[in-house]
Design a binder for this molecule. Structure first.
Ligand code: PMP
Length: 298
């Protein structure tokens, strides 16, 4: 699924075939999760292939690397250029791009500044199968911001997501909704959360979440439709009486939620802001004209 015999990847200054690439077994990243990464999408638009918010993604990659004391020798501009080359070499137009920065071989626990850059991409059209997600409020909470930099995309943080997702699947749900240490809703295993109530949208504030780039696009689109978005703490019980809810993320894009802990919402998905924003997001990423709707009377 990720590569075939022809797939080209970038590793530390070299273009090489994915199938011929190997990596050492003694890296800190492998043993302790000390790597940082991104998930980026490129879309086939009327003006050619465009990487969505490339600058924001690579700024976040460099920020994540800095939190882990890694010294990345590439600028945001270098990384964007390399990514366009990667897409071209693999003849990809709609693609998911995965940059990974991982440390050199070292099995001590001292931070390692020397690091490697790996870039790969593949065709990954849809993350979840079509339809509305049934989510479970997870017994696992998000990592405490006093334990690690939760706003950085660090490989090791994702064991939390894997455990939460597995727990949700074991109980027959599609994904997990994780709470913070105080019991407020934080985010899904790999996406941000929004709900709609009485003509407004609500999403958790920064602090216990990965502040998503899709989340900020959705907030911009909402503003263009005159929809108020409140960044505030709320409990899963408050979401229980919502009109609708959705997830946002590079992989999931805008994903409808059908229910949380088997409780569904007041409105059918098609009548929610989520459905409208999903349509606008699809147009926006493909650089088509976006039809905004003023939701309030002037
Ligand atoms: N939260 C988590 C934990 C994630 O892994 C992701 C995916 N990167 C997101 C939120 C959404 O972020 P973005 O919109 O930047 O992809």
């Amino acid at each position: 699924m990720y590569y075939d015999n022809e797939t080209v990847i970038y590793l530390n200054g070299q273009w090489q075939l994915a199938k011929d690439t190997t990596s050492g077994l003694y890296q800190q990243s492998f043993h302790y999760g000390n790597g940082v990464f991104e998930g980026i999408r490129a879309y086939n638009t009327e003006q050619g292939t465009k990487i969505l918010r490339a600058k924001a993604h690579y700024e976040r990659l460099l920020y994540s690397a800095k939190t882990m004391h890694m010294d990345v020798k590439y600028s945001v501009g270098d990384l964007i250029d390399l990514t366009y080359q990667l897409l071209k070499k693999n003849k990809l137009q709609d693609a998911y791009i995965r940059p990974l920065v991982y440390t050199d071989e070292k099995l001590g626990l001292q931070a390692e500044s020397k690091c490697n850059l790996f870039l790969c991409a593949w065709d990954w059209s849809q993350y979840f199968a079509a339809g509305e997600l049934n989510m479970k409020v997870s017994p696992y909470c998000r990592p405490d911001p006093r334990s690690c930099h939760v706003d950085a995309k660090v490989s090791g943080h994702y064991v939390n997501s894997i455990l939460a997702m597995k727990d949700a699947h074991q109980d027959g749900f599609d994904d997990a909704l994780l709470l913070d240490q105080k019991g407020f809703v934080a985010e899904a295993s790999g996406a941000n959360f929004f709900f709609q109530k009485d003509g407004e949208l609500f999403t958790p504030p920064r602090g216990n979440i990965l502040p998503g780039i899709t989340r900020s696009i959705v907030m911009e689109l909402a503003a263009a439709n005159d929809i108020r978005v409140h960044e505030k703490h709320f409990t899963p019980e408050e979401v229980g009486v919502a009109d609708g809810a959705f997830l946002t993320g590079t992989a999931v894009e805008i994903q409808a939620i059908g229910s949380i802990n088997k409780q569904s919402f007041r409105l059918p998905w098609g009548d929610t802001f989520g459905a409208m924003l999903q349509q606008q997001f699809n147009d926006y990423v493909r650089m088509r004209k976006v039809e905004f709707k003023k939701t309030k009377a002037a």
